[in-house]
Design a protein around this ligand. Structure first.
Ligand code: BGC
Length: 453
């Protein structure tokens, strides 16, 4: 069986973070308010009333965080750009100080040999756009493309590849359908126009990035879906969930069409949101890479409550993370080989843009080491089976603001953060990841020198 050291030469190693989860400094240098500032102020929305107002104070401490990344020997760093720092109201004039922050970040990364991989939208929509309807408003897609062009014009000379959206599935379902995340709407399936408008925004932004000679990826949270039993009712429920979680967000981009949404009770035009020509705008720019965020598979049964077309079940007899998420490394292999079967030649090269786990342990995070090794071994098997995977960005560099779970309970970092002092302390997994990268690189260099003439 291949293992993680067998990943191909040139495979890119990285870590991932997101602006609202690490930056803090929400009122500084002209940043406008985002939906997350508003949502975290809502009583009871976030565990222990935490907010991202300070988070990891990365806005001021990024030199220390870049030094930590340099210590890992990374090829790339996936971070997100806070739209409200660039355009405080989501439209109109550019906030020069906000743009300058990312300009410095990019230069500081390049100075230590790390390629920046920015995500343009990781859920922190400017509040002014939310006040006008957020992603339920078609106009937000056009504003997003304008913002993408502004940032690309400034950084595109040094940043070759870009991710438009992070996890439109999670943003739509948690943010607009169930109200667990900002903006806290509870529209259930009527949230889906927000999905369409994000995809439209992706297509328009992708065209703007391509016009500037830049590569484009889209990162989604994908999950292999397994029916609880072979019964036709469970299989139908699993197919409905697969449509909602995976196909709704990937088919339009890769195939230029939506899957049949009838099982979700959603009309083909997604409540009037889909206009003639939209699918071309979403599909035609194409993707240079598909970003896959994988955490766990999903086990699905026929509904017991008629309100939804499926029930989501736990996966028994496997370890679970601090979040309670089942640990199933082979699910990653099944997910990626399933994508290759589903999309064939329409599937671009894959980059793992997130994978990791939360633990409650502090520095001796053997659970994380086991999780990451097993998933990277599964990834090596997948690559050996012929799936083109170019890189792996673990979630996350440092413990951070874990959305509805606040600051302390779900620690995803290779580096521990004491949120009272902002002291960073590398965990055992930090040294493990550093050594893995070094050994993999040395082995590839050795094999390269043996096979080259
Ligand atoms: C998100 C991250 C989040 C992580 C762990 C992903 O859904 O992109 O922002 O922290 O999972 O929950």
């Amino acid at each position: 069986m291949p293992d993680r050291y067998d990943l191909p030469a040139g495979f890119r190693w990285g870590v991932a973070t997101a602006a609202y989860q690490i930056e803090g400094a929400v009122d500084e240098d002209g940043r406008g308010p985002s939906v997350w500032d508003t949502f975290t102020a809502r009583s009871g929305a976030i565990r222990d009333g935490h907010t991202g107002a300070v988070a990891c104070d990365h806005y001021h401490r990024h030199p220390e965080d870049i030094a930590l990344m340099h210590g890992l020997g990374l090829d790339g760093y996936r971070f997100s750009i806070a739209w409200p720092r660039i355009q405080p109201t989501g439209a109109g004039p550019v906030n020069a100080a906000g743009l300058a922050f990312y300009d410095r970040l990019v230069d500081d990364l390049l100075a230590v040999g790390i390629t920046p991989l920015p995500t343009l939208f990781h859920w922190d929509l400017p509040q002014a756009l939310e006040d006008a309807g957020g992603w339920l408003n078609r106009d937000t897609a056009y504003r997003f493309a304008e913002y993408a062009a502004i940032v690309a014009d400034r950084l595109g000379d040094r940043v070759p590849a870009w991710i438009t959206l992070n996890e439109p599935f999670v943003h739509t379902v948690y943010g607009y359908a169930m109200g667990i995340h900002a903006p806290g709407r509870t529209l259930m399936f009527e949230a889906l126009p927000a999905a369409h408008h994000q995809l439209l925004g992706h297509g328009l932004a992708a065209a703007a990035l391509h016009e500037r000679g830049l590569e484009v990826m889209l990162s989604n949270n994908l999950t292999p879906v397994e029916p609880a039993t072979p019964s036709p009712a469970d299989a139908a429920a699993a197919a409905a969930y697969d449509t909602l979680h995976n196909r709704l967000f990937t088919d339009p981009v890769l195939l230029g069409r939506y899957p049949d949404l009838a099982a979700l009770g959603v009309p083909d035009d997604i409540f009037g949101a889909v206009r003639p020509g939209d699918l071309d705008l979403i599909h035609t720019p194409g993707l240079d890479g598909l970003g896959v965020n994988y955490y766990n598979p999903t086990r699905v049964a026929a509904p017991t409550d008629p309100g939804l077309p499926f029930d989501l079940l736990d996966i028994p007899d496997v370890p679970h993370t601090a979040f309670g998420w089942p640990v199933v490394p082979d699910g990653l292999r099944r997910l990626l080989t399933g994508l290759r079967i589903r999309y064939g030649t329409a599937l671009p090269p894959i980059t793992m843009t997130e994978n990791g786990c939360s633990t409650t342990e502090d520095l001796d995070d053997t659970f994380r080491i086991d999780y990451l090794s097993a998933h990277l071994d599964a990834l090596a098997t997948t690559v050996a089976e012929g799936v083109d995977v170019r890189g792996y960005y673990t979630w996350s560099l440092i413990d951070n603001f874990e959305w509805a779970e606040g600051l302390f309970s779900q620690r995803f970092g290779l580096v521990h953060v004491d949120f009272a002092t902002q002291r960073r302390t590398p965990k055992a997994s930090y040294a493990w990841y550093r050594d893995l990268i070094a050994v993999h690189r040395a082995r590839c260099a050795k094999e390269g020198s043996v096979t080259s003439p």
